[in-house]
Design a protein around this ligand. Structure first.
Ligand code: GLY
Length: 327
């Protein structure tokens, strides 16, 4: 039986040279490098308190399946969860009442697939995988993505729940577009996993910003923005205000910083600080998570309140991630 524990590294950091932060189990210093560590076995890391998603992915890995299978299975959990209001079914609509979904997936060989502005399909991540495996393309959008999904056997479904519809009706009274920081303490699931062969894959899926303009696409389906994996180095995922992540191609940046020797936490912090230096950041949230090939993880966010689920050595931990702004 695996267990869930909660950890909060704030104020307990052993990483004095870079300040407080999210530090992997057994990780002792920012100088730790990928080559100096041995494998820590199967691993899952996801944004926010997605413990059910981590457990689903974990179970796939325990059965000896690939990291690709694990991340797909993992993120399908919030996609189907009516209570998750920022991913898949039950997600909040755009300002015209359409639930439009973005998702991407990437395997250890660098293959990737993505869908954006997809409607009526509950599991965009599985359509993204089909794009990767069944087409010569990387991204399919809108009606083309929808028609492709139907051709692959996916069923048309109404994704706008009564709760979301009612909230949208209320929102229309003022029609004020004002994204809320850390809404409900979750937004977008990004997941990274390492399988028993040491291979890494990643997935990212979201219904995007509530009440966005019709046609808006965020960072989540863009390879290198919402998610990126390089099986030689590691992977990264992003959550929060997609426009800020897109402007800085954040996940690719995090992986490249790890390639240059930064720890996962240092890489995430630097990617956040690029946004802080160059963009208006005070009223938005962006959080990054990274996992390197040795199974060490890290994260950093603009605002307080970002957390993640980390599963390794049969333990599932909910971990608070450090941030630039402290309140
Ligand atoms: N990060 C999700 C979005 O901006 O759509």
């Amino acid at each position: 039986m695996s267990k869930i524990t909660r950890r909060n590294f704030l104020g307990k950091s052993v990483q004095a040279s870079v300040g407080v932060g999210l530090i992997g189990v057994g990780q002792t210093a920012c100088s730790q490098t990928i080559s100096s560590t041995e494998s820590k076995g199967i691993t899952v890391l996801s944004t926010w308190n997605n413990h059910k998603a981590n457990k689903a992915a974990w179970s796939v890995l325990q059965n000896g399946k690939s990291a690709l299978d694990a991340v797909e299975a993992g993120v399908r959990v919030p996609e189907a969860d009516i209570e998750d209001r920022s991913v898949g079914y039950g997600g909040r609509p755009d300002r015209d009442g359409n639930v439009t979904l973005d998702a991407c997936i990437m395997d250890e060989k660098g293959n990737c697939g993505s869908v954006c502005f997809l409607q009526h399909i509950k599991h965009p991540i599985s359509v993204a995988r089909k794009v990767m495996e069944e087409t010569p393309h990387v991204i399919l959008a809108g009606e083309g993505a929808y028609q492709f999904a139907l051709s692959q056997g996916f069923k048309k479904e109404n994704l706008l729940t009564e709760k979301s519809r009612q909230e949208w009706e209320e929102w229309k009274v003022k029609s004020k577009y004002q994204p809320i920081i850390n809404i409900e303490q979750h937004d977008t699931i990004g997941m990274l996993a390492i399988d028993q062969n040491g291979n890494m894959s990643g997935a990212c899926t979201t219904s995007g910003l509530a009440y966005k303009l019709q046609g808006r696409v965020g960072d989540s389906p863009i390879i290198g923005a919402g998610m990126f994996v390089d099986n030689e180095i590691g992977g990264a995922v992003a959550t929060g205000m997609g426009e800020a992540v897109l402007r800085s191609l954040g996940s690719f940046l995090v992986v490249e910083l790890m390639r240059q020797g930064r720890s996962p936490m240092e890489a995430c912090k630097e990617a956040v600080m690029r946004i802080v230096k160059k963009q208006k950041y005070q009223d938005i949230q962006v959080g990054y998570l990274a996992l390197n090939k040795a199974g060490e993880y890290g994260g950093f966010a603009i605002q307080k309140g970002f957390n993640c689920m980390f599963s390794q050595q049969n333990e599932h931990q909910l971990i608070d991630v450090d941030s630039h702004l402290k309140k």
